[in-house]
Structure formats: C-alpha cells, structure tokens
Design a protein around this ligand. Sequence first.
Ligand SMILES: [Zn+2]
Length: 411
Amino acid sequence: MRRTLTTRRKFLTATGGLTIAGLALSGNATAEETDVSRSTFKLREGTEEETTVYETVADEDGPTVVVVGGMHGDEEAGYRAANYVREWAIGAGTLVTIPRANARAVERGTRNGPDGVDLNRQFEVGERPGTELAREIWNLVRRYDPDMLIDLHESRGIYRDDQDPGLGQAVFHSQQQKAYDEAEEAVRYVNRNHVSNPRYLFKKSLATGPDMPPYGLLIYKASYDLGATSHLVETYEEAGGVDKRVGWQLQIVRQLINDLLSGDSDEEVDDEPGGDEPEDDTGGDDSDGDAGEGDGSDGDGGDDGSGGEPNQGPTARIETNPANADELDLSSDDVVTLDGSASSDADGEIASYDWNVEGLGKIANGGGSGDTVDVTFTGCGEMLVTLTVTDADGATDTAQVTLSTLPPIRE
Ligand SMILES: [Zn+2]
C-alpha cells in the first residue's frame, strides 16, 4: 500500500458552534487555525477495483473516524458527500475517507460492480470478508481501529417494514449507548433545522445487528469486531434533488463527527466561559429552525457576534427577478424567479441549495434544490421563501424573502 503525502499546510477550520442549531443556522462557526496533514493511498492498486483512500491527520491527538461512500454505486448522494468529506479540515484526531468503496459500481452507476457482488454484504462479524476488495477495505479499517465508522447510502423506498430497500431517510446506528446518543443528536439537529417536509424527517433506528438479515454489513463488523460506534446514513432518493440529499448527508456527518474531531474538548469549553454551550440546549430552545426569523432576506453573515473572528460558514443570498420582488405588490399569477447563486462560502463551495416555501405559494419548477427556482402564488396573500445553503463542510446559512400579492382587504 503506497502512501503519498499530498499536502501539509495551515487550514482554517470551523470548530465549535456547529453542533448548536442556532449558531449553525446563522453560519456562526468560530474559526481557528489548525495544522492538518493529508495523504492518499490506493486499495486494490493496479486492478479495476482500484480506489483512493484519503487520510487527514490533525496535529492535535484525538479519535479516529472512517467515512465510507460508494459501497453501492447507484447511491449518488452518499459517494458525492464522501467526496466533500475527504477535504474537510479537522481540529484533532484522524479522518479517513473512502469515497468510492466500490469504484466499478460507482462508474457503472449500478448497485454492484460487474461481478454482481453486493459489497455491503461481505463483512460477516468474526469472519474473513468475502472478496479481495472487502478484505482490503477491512484491513484498512482494522489498521485504523476507528472510534467511529460512518457508511453513506441512499434508499429507494421509504419505511417499508424495515425491509431493504425500503429504509427511507434514516441513521441506523450500532448497539452501543454512545452510538444511540450520537445518532439521536444528529437526527434531531438535521430534522429541526433542515427538513421541511414531515414525510422526509430522518429516523434514528438501531440497526438489526449481525444475527438478522441483512447480513455482512460493514457497520456490524466495525462495531462488533472493533468496538467502533457505527452509523449507516440513508437519504431517500425521491426526497429532493441530489444536491439537497448531499447537503443532508454532509449535515449528518458533520454532527456525528464534530464532538470527536473538532478539537473542542470539554475541558476547553470549561476554560472558556461564554464560549461553546452544551449541545443539549433544551432550555430556552431556539426555534431558529422555523421560518419568520428576523434576519430577513439579506443573508448577511457579518453580524455573527462571535467576537469578530472570521466566519467560515456559508452566506445565503437570494436575488429576485423581477428585482426587489419583495417590495412589489405582485399579481397572483406572477412567476418570480429566485436566484441563490450569489450565495458564497469563504473557504470552499456551496454543496447544496434547499428552497422551502410556506404560505400561499409553491415552487413551480424542479424539486427546489437547484441554485435557482421559480415560484408562483397559490392564492392572494403572502408566501415566505427560505433558502438554506450547505457548504462542503456541512455548515449552513439561511436567507428568506417574503413575496405578496396586492393586499385583498386592509383592516
Ligand atoms: Zn446502499
């Protein structure tokens, strides 16, 4: 296994705050400089199954997390999200990413490669994995002995009797109490802030375990053979465009790993009163996830109150056609184009645009996950449009615009 050291330089990494719903929504991550070294190496080198492993190591010691995508080649949001994760900066520990575990399946866009073998059925607990590819993946995982393993998938059905492939949007976690807590926190965060349609709320569920089908899942082997907490993330292929699903995957992975790899240990939090808050901020619950927030449509990320530190989260911005449509009295049959492409991210790119319309309006084209949408009225009155952008690090920001028709009757 040849290793290539590709980069070693200072990265600005967003740490802290990201686990706190309100801060994340405002893009208020504090930033600090972190040294990471990056290297890559190949599995199944020189074969048609060759695939690249990306290792990111922070200067500060800490836990190890392995993130896997592309076990199934037709589950696009999973391997696309992993392709972003491989570039993440971390404050502590080690992040190992295999974005295209079954590279041939990903190339073909099919669940399995040409051999017809389902890669995610080759990892029997306590046994030697079933194929060369599975063995090399497992040897790698075993060598890192991770504290957490995350496997990114997509599902075709939704909550159909716990039967694969009817899994819906879900995080399936391994048997440890800690895994339960990790999944609970991630699902609650994403549901509260980023899922507008109740049908697509993520579920958290204990994975069935190695004694029941489906057998041979990597998350079982990682949890039973190595003691890692393990999570299998599923987005539902009809829940929105692929960008939107990539955004959800990134948000969930970010939540799952943030405690482990941000470098913000509990001691440091204690040393900094007024800094980070506990994640379970159930008291004084900030309902920032709801529309109607006061920060309006300007998407200005500058007033973040984080002590003037650079803001590395994205900034959401909505432009309208006709211009300044929020100041016009529109007709109920007007079509307004909303353009989010002026949204920006200081240290990367926008991975996901997610549009949500409340009130008397609807999205007229597409699934609402491109950078531009057309909206139309469904009656006379107001609609509130919210754009949530997620950057490649899984941080988010929102912008809003209210559109109204001629007022029917004024009181
Ligand atoms: Zn899958």
